[in-house]
Each structure stands twice: as structure tokens, then as C-alpha cells.
Design a protein around this ligand. Structure first.
Ligand SMILES: O=C(O)CCC(=O)C(=O)O
Length: 308
């Protein structure tokens, strides 16, 4: 049986998510689940795996940490997060992948503005991220989004990866992956780095939002333990920083797919597919629902079917 949130989302919170592309759902995660997030993050941070990447010494990002840390897996399988995201999305949801972000106490660097869309081999509008932390995170170190940018209908280039114009190996990989073969194979789960990806040069660069902050409608929040920050999978977002904090800034972000999400082989790839998907040799256009053993239904707001 899946645990329930402290409260159900209000209609105006759901509307805000769809209108703005993000909403801070305040005090929805029960304290025992906040403790579970803390336990999982601490375990993952203490034992990096081969997909843990220190982008610079002040920021670490782990891929798929729930695959190796039981407390984080419980967040996916048993916590109220699935109900919260499904309610906001107004769609049944399947878990796609998760990440961990760790900035140790002291100088907290910003996370640059980016859009997640091109990082994954999926496509769709029903994509939502749940970002949680066991810590209070002040507005100046917390997530920000460009309000409404989830509806701009543009896919931006990832920030990282090899440039096929300057790297002959990357060019060859790109060419040999033409068709349906993913560029990063299952073995990428053994050792992966953002630098292993190959940039799709046809995509536009993210605009310089930080330099022109006044030109954008930027939303941000102070985050309290128990809150769940919900943001759309296609939204432009960053985390503020350039501040000193006495405590680390730890967060866990899970990505959930709703009704319209389909596999899409992208001509560049930055994050490997979930490892169990490789065995299915997915084709562009296939619904994630076609792979129920990899992406089981986690929660259906219209029925109690998927409550574990
Ligand atoms: O926590 C952060 O600093 C960045 C989070 C992020 O970019 C994400 O969850 O997609």
C-alpha cells in the first residue's frame, strides 16, 4: 500500500502547475518520508558509484541513485510522491529515472539554466519532476524556473557533451547510431559521465537568462522539509547559488511520465536510458506503457489500481 500525502493538492496548485510549469506543494510529504529522503541521500552521497559525477568540486550529480539505494527506491515505490505528481499532472504516472544533487556546506555554486528535454530519449508533454530535500533551502540557493517556458515548444541543447564538429570519435558515434541504436548503451551504466554524451548541433543554445534576468519571468521559492517542488519536464530551470551555507544542499529529483510520453531516439544523447529498457530495443514512437515491466504504472489518480 502506497503512503498518502499529508494533504491533497488544491485545484489552484494544480492549475498553477499547468499554467506556470511549476508549483511548490507546501507541506505534503509526511516527516517519516522526509527522513527516508535524508537517509537515502546520505547513503548515496557516502558511497558514490560509477555514475556519480563531480562536475566541479562543489557540485555532485548522481544518475539513477534509487537503483542502488533502498531508501531512495522506497521514495519511488512506497512514498506519496507518485500520488502527488499524478494529481498535479492529472494523469496516471510511471517512474522514469532519478537524480541526486549534492552541494557540500560552504560555497554553494549555482546550477546553470538548462532544460532537461534533450537529456533523455523520451518525448511528451506529460512529464513532471518532483524535487525534494530534507533541508531548508533558502530562496537564494533553491530552484528557479522561467514561468511558462514549458510551453515554448522549443528543445534546447544540453549543456554538456562532446561536440561532433570538434571530436572525430563523437562524429563517428553519432553517424553509427543513426537509426534506432541508442548512442549510450547499457554499459554506460557501468561508467558514465556527462562528457560521454554527444551534442545534437541542430538544437539551439539555452538563452543567457542569468545575464538578462529582468527580461524573464522567474519564479523561485524558499524550500522547507515536507515541501515537494513540482516542475514540468520541459521547463527552463536553474538553482541559485554563489552563496555560503552552513549546511549541505542535498536534493533528490525523480522524473515521472504521464499518458502521452513516448520513446524518442534523439540524434544526441546525454543520459543513458534506464538500464532495463535496453533489452527491449525500444523504437521511436513506442509508448512507455508498452514496457510495463520497466515502467509499471505507479499511480492512477482515477483509480486505486496502482496503489501498492
Ligand atoms: O538541484 C539542483 O541544483 C538542480 C536540479 C535540477 O536541475 C533538476 O532537478 O533537474
Amino acid at each position: 500500500m502506497r503512503a498518502r500525502p499529508l494533504r491533497t493538492l488544491e485545484p489552484d496548485e494544480i492549475s498553477a502547475f499547468h499554467r506556470d510549469g511549476a508549483v511548490l506543494a507546501r507541506q505534503v510529504l509526511p516527516p517519516e518520508w522526509v527522513a527516508c529522503v535524508a537517509e537515502g541521500l546520505d547513503e548515496a552521497i557516502a558511497a558514490p558509484d560509477r555514475m556519480s559525477e563531480v562536475l566541479d568540486r562543489d557540485l555532485r550529480v548522481d544518475q539513477f541513485p534509487a537503483a542502488r539505494v533502498p531508501a531512495l527506491r522506497r521514495i519511488i515505490d512506497e512514498s506519496p510522491v507518485a500520488e502527488i505528481v499524478a494529481t498535479a499532472l492529472r494523469s496516471p504516472v510511471r517512474f522514469y529515472m532519478d537524480q541526486l544533487f549534492h552541494k557540500p556546506a560552504g560555497f554553494i555554486p549555482p546550477t546553470p539554466w538548462h532544460q532537461d528535454t534533450s537529456y533523455y530519449n523520451i518525448d511528451g508533454h506529460d512529464v513532471i519532476r518532483a524535487w525534494v530535500s530534507p533541508d531548508r533551502i533558502p530562496r537564494n540557493a533553491s530552484l528557479e524556473v522561467v514561468r511558462g517556458s514549458h510551453r515554448w515548444n522549443v528543445t534546447y541543447s544540453p549543456l554538456a557533451g562532446r561536440d561532433p564538429d570538434r571530436d572525430a570519435d563523437a562524429k563517428q558515434e553519432l553517424e553509427s547510431a543513426e537509426g534506432e541504436t541508442p548512442m549510450l548503451g547499457a554499459e554506460a551504466h557501468e561508467r558514465w559521465s556527462y562528457a560521454s554524451g554527444v551534442i545534437d548541433k541542430t538544437l539551439p543554445w539555452v538563452p543567457n537568462i542569468e545575464r538578462h534576468r529582468d527580461s524573464y519571468d522567474i519564479l523561485g521559492w524558499t524550500f522547507e522539509p515536507g515541501d515537494v517542488l513540482l516542475f514540468h519536464g520541459n521547463i527552463l530551470h536553474s538553482a541559485r547559488g554563489d552563496v555560503e551555507m552552513e549546511t549541505p544542499r542535498r536534493s533528490h529529483a525523480s522524473l515521472w511520465a504521464g499518458r502521452d510520453v513516448r520513446y524518442r531516439h534523439r540524434p544526441g544523447q546525454v543520459i543513458p536510458d534506464p538500464v532495463a529498457l535496453y533489452a527491449h530495443n525500444p523504437k521511436t514512437g513506442q509508448s512507455l506503457a508498452d514496457f510495463p515491466d520497466v515502467f509499471p504504472l505507479a499511480f492512477d489518480p482515477e483509480g486505486a489500481v496502482a496503489r501498492r
